[in-house]
Design a binder for this molecule. Sequence first.
Ligand code: 2AM
Ligand code: CA
Length: 264
Amino acid sequence: MAGKWEEIDHYARQWIEEAGRRIRASFTEQLTVETKESRNDLVTNVDRGIEQFLAEQIRRQFPGHHLLGEEGFGDELAVLDGIVWVIDPIDGTMNFVHQQRHFAVSIGIFEDGIGQLGYVYDVVFGELYSAQKGRGLFFNGKPLDRLQPVAVAESVIAVNATWLMENRRLDHRPLVRLAKAARGTRSYGSAALELAYVAAGRLDAYISPRLSPWDFAGGMILIQEAGGIVTNLDGKPLDLLSRNSVLAAKPGVHEEILQRYLQH
Ligand code: 2AM
Ligand code: CA
């Protein structure tokens, strides 16, 4: 008999595929774009529709599970007891609106706060990154190698240009030193995809000063299963019930960034 996590994994994959089909179909329809907290914080009818679809499936199939979501179809949770799905229907909404690519469906499934299943689905490329606790990382169903240690000098680091300029969230000067010391920097505009790229070894590190749980939940599980490290910028574990800064990286480079660039 298939275990509990195999059953949950089966449905999660089915719903992610269906979400992908619906998002691709939306490209030919009229998009309604609104702003949330700021004029650059976008949400569309598709973000809402996909989260509603996923929430309905989860509640119908698994009525005892809980749900944290970006667009308001989830539960108000004060604790992480039981099974909790943390979902972002479209991570990288600005890319979705402006580019029709470089965005992802992200899902992390936790039991009593421990990551059990993680998914990041690049809808346009048809690329699914997935992981189950203790079983490693998979890319479109194929196992990927565990991450090996690397140094900053040989690293490609994902960081948004915003954080390399004077800004209100963090001191940009250590990050400028880090960007100069690294082999190169990149920015893709979807935290979930950037975390999946770290997990798959395409990026060596990713840094962000302020992400919500649904931005990082799926990617965090992928990276942990690949042998990488995810903490906040102080080196502490991430809290799934609040916003966090995020430092996700291969071993070696994670320690080097924390010790040589971020600790004062
Ligand atoms: P979103 O597209 O789902 O809003 C962009 O650099 C990345 O940061 C995206 O993953 C984006 O998620 C996320 N992001 C954008 N604005 C944010 C905010 N105010 N709080 C948390 N995450 C945000
Ligand atoms: Ca997001």
